[in-house]
Design a protein around this ligand. Structure first.
Ligand code: ATP
Length: 201
C-alpha cells in the first residue's frame, strides 16, 4: 500500500484544485518558506481524520478553509482526497479494490463529510481502516515539526502508546476500552433494574 496521489481544493493555501502525485520510494517537496509544503502534509493528516484544529496550526476546524488573499475571495469549503495504491491488499476492508480513495469535505457552516471509495462513511470507518497500519491520524508515519522533540520529552506511558501503535496492539486496546465502557453501562442498567424489582417486591 502506498499513497499515490492527493487532490486538494480550498484547503489552506490551496485555493485552486491541486494534484500532487507520489512515486514509490522517497519524495521530497521543496519550495520557499511559506509556499505550502507543510500544508500538503497537513492535508494528508486532515483527510486521515485529524480532529484537532490546533495540531493543524489553527484555532478551529474551519480555519483550514482557504481564507482569501488580497486578490482572491475566501472559499466556502475545503476538500482533500487521497488515493492509495492497495494492490497488495494491505488495507483490510477493501479487498476488492486495487485503489482505496478517501476524501473529506468541510463547509464554513460546519457541514462535513467523509467518503470511502466514493461512498459516504463515518470518521470511525476511516479511523478503523488505518488503525495499526502505521498511517492512522495518530501514527508516527507523519511527524510534524517539533514532534520529534515532543516524543523524546514525553512521559513513559505516552511513549509506550507509540510502541503499541508500532506493534499493532492499539486496535485491540481501543476495542477493549469500548467493550469495558459498554459493560459498565450494562452493569449500571442491571443495578437500576434490581432497584426497581426490589421496590416492586
Ligand atoms: P516553511 O518552509 O516556512 O515551513 P511551508 O512551505 O511549509 O513553509 P506552509 O506552512 O505549508 O509553508 O504554508 C504557510 C502558508 O499557508 C502561509 O502563507 C499561510 O498564509 C498560508 N495559509 C495557511 N492557512 C491558510 C488559509 N486558511 N487560507 C489561506 N492561506 C493559508
Amino acid at each position: 500500500m502506498y499513497l499515490k496521489k492527493m487532490e486538494i481544493v480550498g484547503f489552506k493555501s490551496f485555493a485552486d484544485r491541486t494534484k500532487v502525485e507520489f512515486d514509490q520510494g522517497v519524495t521530497a517537496i521543496v519550495g520557499p518558506n511559506g509556499s505550502g509544503k507543510s500544508n500538503i502534509v497537513e492535508a494528508l493528516r486532515w483527510v486521515l481524520g485529524e480532529q484537532s484544529a490546533k495540531s493543524l496550526r489553527g484555532g478551529k476546524m474551519p480555519d483550514v478553509i482557504f481564507s482569501g488573499t488580497e486578490k482572491r475571495h475566501a472559499m466556502n469549503y475545503a476538500q482533500v482526497t487521497a488515493y492509495f495504491d492497495n494492490a497488495d491488499h494491505y488495507l483490510a476492508s477493501s479487498k476488492d479494490n486495487e485503489d482505496v480513495i478517501i476524501s473529506r469535505q468541510l463547509y464554513r457552516n460546519g457541514d462535513a463529510e467523509f467518503r470511502l471509495n466514493g461512498k459516504k462513511c463515518r470518521l470511525r470507518d476511516i479511523h478503523d481502516l488505518f488503525l495499526d497500519t502505521g498511517l492512522g491520524r495518530d501514527s508516527l508515519s507523519i511527524i510534524s515539526q517539533g514532534r520529534i522533540e515532543a516524543v523524546f520529552n514525553s512521559k513513559a506511558e505516552d511513549r509506550r502508546a507509540i510502541f503499541e501503535e508500532a506493534a499493532g496492539v492499539l486496535k485491540f486496546k481501543s476495542r477493549r476500552n469500548e467493550t469495558e465502557s459498554k459493560l459498565s453501562t450494562t452493569q449500571d442498567n442491571l443495578d437500576r433494574l434490581e432497584d426497581i424489582l426490589y421496590e416492586l417486591k
